[in-house]
Structures are given as C-alpha cells and as structure tokens.
Design a protein around this ligand. Structure first.
Ligand SMILES: Nc1ncnc2c1ncn2[C@@H]1O[C@H](COP(=O)(O)OP(=O)(O)OP(=O)(O)O)[C@@H](O)[C@H]1O
Ligand SMILES: [Mg+2]
Length: 300
C-alpha cells in the first residue's frame, strides 16, 4: 500500500525567514506518526502544508494521493485538523459546535459519543470553557468528520495529567478504527506511549526518523544506576571500569553513570567483593534525554 502522506524536500519561507528548510517523510496507513522538535523548528508549518493551509515554496506534498492545494475541498472531508484555541464564537455551545461541524461531513461521528468520551459539557458555551475543555473540544472537532487522517498539533497541551491520559486512550481507540494520526508534540511520554515512529525536526530539517525506542538508542544517552552498598565500598573500584563516566555519592547511595555495559560491570565488581546493591535503581535512557542531546545547539 502506498504511504498515505508523502512529503518530499518541503521548503517554506515567511519572507526572508526559512521556517522549513528541507523536510521529507512518509506516513503509512494506520500509523501514529509523531513530529518532535524544539520551539520554532518548523513542525506547525510542516503540518499546515500537509493540511493545504500553506503553500510550499519548494518540494511536494501528497496526502491520500491528493494535492493538498489543488484538491483542498476533497481533502478537508477526509482530514481532521485540530483547530487552535480561540477560533470559535464565544456564545456557541459545545453540542452545537460539534453538530455544526459534523454537518460539513458526509459521514460524521456521533457527536454525543465524542462529547462523552472527552468529558465535555454539551450545554456550556465556548466562552465558559476552561483552557483544558477548549483543548478537548478542539480534539473532538478534529474527529467529528470520521476522518481517514487526523492531524493533531499539540494534542494535550494545557491538559491536566488525568485528562492527558484519557486523551491518549481516546487516540488509541481512534487509531484502532484504522485512522492514521499525525501528532505534533512536546511531550516525550506522549510520543513514547502513542507513536509508532517519530520524526525529530530541528531548524527546519529532519534530524532523524525512527521508533521512539530506536531514537533513544541512537542518542546513546547515559545510563544511571544508583544503589546502597551493603558494606563499605571503594569508589575507585568502579571509577576505573570501562564504560563508566562518573561515580558520585548521594548520602549513603552510590550513583554510577556510563554506557549500557555499566550495570553488569558494576554488579560483577560488587559480587567479587561480597557487596550487595541494596535499593538498586537503574534509569533507562528515555526519549527525553535523546531529544535534548540530538537537538542541543552546542553538541559535545
Ligand atoms: N506566519 C508566520 N510569519 C512569519 N514567521 C513565521 C510564521 N509562522 C511561523 N513563523 C516562523 O517560522 C519558524 C517555524 O515556526 P513553526 O510554527 O512552524 O514552528 P514549530 O516547530 O511549530 O514551533 P512550536 O514548537 O513553538 O509550535 C519560526 O521561526 C517561526 O517564528
Ligand atoms: Mg507549533
């Protein structure tokens, strides 16, 4: 099956300012594809070109085999887009907004079900909604048309932790129905939980595209192990091990940093000295650390 989204050498300027320099990626049918990157990296500009809301200055974009500019009308029926806050009339009620937007589509979702899934009050006016409720409404509006593809830019920004988790479950449910999802996010936990693949974009260019786990691996970020030795331990025994980059003390705990061979090496030294590692904790390198390392302005 051909990819549902194909972006090739996308370039977009605002006046002299290059917002997207050179971005290429494909999104497969049924995938949740994440776009990560620091503020101003060009993520929103990229997805706006996919949505047909902006005209690229170079490169090509194909969505469901359509040209987002030439075939905009057909695409709007098949693409769900999360609207930015503040874009609805203040006096419009939640239920009315969903019903109205649903009427634009040939086969809309049941707005009452969506409203229920997202925990939104049907009768409240837009003006009376909290920031988090407005955000949830924007998600509902992206899904009301039963789209083939949903583009969600900062899906859960402004949501409390419980609402964020509820939204993730909702998105997983949407994907289970076969909807392809493009997710722009600043939350690494969200990307790790939801995305099949992520593109890391920095300064208008794709740094890499990989699974969240693969991305974390590539960054080769440090592992960190912490434990309380059962008997006195000479730190020098650990500091000299290959792969170890640091041995420090935090109260009665020893903290060892280094590459992914460190845990085994340290455990072997402890065993040889009849020391056990009490309350052992190993922190796996996550996507967050990878993100920071891969987009650092001044790499080591
Ligand atoms: N309408 C505009 N006019 C001029 N410059 C713009 C416009 N929109 C975005 N830019 C600039 O283009 C660059 C990319 O912006 P974009 O909004 O695509 O970034 P982003 O990755 O979505 O950032 P964020 O994480 O902050 O949402 C930024 O430097 C931004 O200031
Ligand atoms: Mg943005």
């Amino acid at each position: 099956m051909p990819p549902v989204i194909e972006v090739t050498s996308l370039h977009k300027r605002y006046g002299d300012k290059v917002a997207v320099d050179d971005v290429s990626f494909t999104v497969e049918q049924g995938e949740i594809f994440g776009i990560l990157g620091p503020n101003g990296a060009g993520k929103t500009t990229t997805v706006e070109c996919v949505e047909g809301l902006r005209t690229p200055d170079g490169g090509t974009v194909s969505v469901l085999g359509l040209d987002p500019l030439r075939d905009h009308l057909e695409l709007t029926r098949r693409l769900g887009v999360q609207l930015q806050a503040g874009s609805l009339p203040e006096s419009l009620r939640v239920g009315e907004a969903l019903e109205l937007y649903g009427s634009f589509y040939p086969d809309p979702a049941d707005w009452r079900v969506l409203l229920d899934d997202l925990g939104l009050p049907a009768k409240a006016t837009y003006a009376a909604l909290s920031g988090g409720q407005k955000q949830r409404l924007s998600i509902a509006l992206a899904l009301i048309g039963n789209p083939d593809i949903a583009v969600l830019d900062e899906l859960t920004t402004g949501l409390d932790p419980q609402a964020r988790r509820d939204t993730w479950a909702l998105i997983e449910g949407v994907r289970a129905r076969g909807v392809t999802i493009v997710l722009v996010t600043h939350f690494m936990e969200e990307a790790e939980r939801l995305c099949d693949r992520v593109a890391l974009i920095d300064a208008g260019r794709v740094v890499l595209i990989d699974t969240p786990a693969g991305l974390a691996d590539r960054a080769q970020v440090e592992q960190r192990m912490q434990f309380r030795p059962s008997r006195p331990l000479d730190d020098a025994l650990l500091a000299g091990l290959p792969g170890v980059t640091g041995v420090t003390r935090r109260g009665e705990f020893v903290v060892v940093t280094g590459d992914d061979t460190v845990v085994n090496a340290v455990m072997a030294v402890l065993a040889r000295n009849q020391i056990t590692a009490e309350r052992l904790r190993v922190e796996q390198a996550g996507l967050e650390a990878a993100f920071v390392q891969l987009t650092r302005k001044d790499p080591k």
